[in-house]
Design a protein around this ligand. Structure first.
Ligand SMILES: [Zn+2]
Length: 240
């Protein structure tokens, strides 16, 4: 056991000294909790303390205060205001650092994309369409199923991020493959036909775009299916 842990363990022994139920053994460890969490448990007369790894470098004075706080809580006694003040003061720096890491974690999550759905693989669909309709010439953008089951927007091409997002509501056995293909195909056409700016207006679906869209082999079937099923998609989106 490290010197610090040994010292911290003594703080817990001290904290129990005034109690009639002195534990037979105290086990103190740092634990890689996400965030600032500490736990104290009593099991078969033994005490188990798990301190947040983030707080390893707290000054001993603060560790002592934390021991008093946790033991008081376990024994359902009043927590010493001085101990609380010392602990709160010294935890501020750790809290700040933790907020920074939490923000980084949240940002990291946002860029995680999933081309492979439960049912359809957008990577495979893109590759197939690229070969058949575009001579394999469209550089592969980031492909991702949306996180939510949106139903009004079935697909989206974010030019700035070179990303095609397809609504997760289409990732299921009841959705014919040609429908998913059609949505991906439509978004691929947005790469081929970038937005046109004319007299202060933006045109996303130019007549050239619409002409190319009709080249999709199951154009009518896909349009019909979407027309007939958007209500069902809406319902399944509400269920989730
Ligand atoms: Zn469009």
């Amino acid at each position: 056991m490290s010197k610090t842990l040994e010292q911290i363990k003594k703080f817990y022994e001290e904290a129990f000294e005034t109690s009639s139920k002195a534990p037979s053994q105290i086990d103190v460890r740092f634990y890689p909790y996400i965030g600032i969490n500490h736990t104290i448990r009593l099991r078969d007369g033994r005490i188990f303390v798990r301190l947040a790894e983030l707080c390893r470098d707290l000054p001993l004075e603060a560790q002592r205060a934390l021991a008093l706080i946790l033991v008081a809580k376990l024994l359902r006694k009043k927590v010493s205001p001085q101990a609380l003040q010392i602990y709160r003061e010294s935890i501020k720096g750790v809290e700040l650092r933790e907020r920074v890491t939490a923000n980084k974690r949240a940002r990291g999550r946002k860029i995680i994309t999933t081309a492979k759905g439960d049912f359809y693989d957008l990577g495979e669909i893109f590759g197939h369409l690229n070969q058949i309709y575009f001579d394999g010439k469209i550089p592969q953008p980031t492909l991702s199923w949306s996180t939510k089951k949106t139903f009004r927007i079935l697909g989206h091409h974010a030019a700035a991020f070179d990303t095609i997002v397809v609504s997760r509501s289409l990732d299921g056995a009841r959705v014919p493959k040609y429908v998913v293909e059609f949505v991906v195909f439509h978004e691929m056409l947005h790469i081929v036909h970038p937005t046109v700016h004319r007299s202060g207006r933006r045109y996303n679906h130019t007549s050239a775009f619409r002409r190319d869209e009709r080249k999709f082999a199951y154009f009518d079937e896909a349009e019909n299916w979407i027309e007939q099923n958007v209500k069902n998609l809406k319902r399944s989106a509400k269920r989730k």
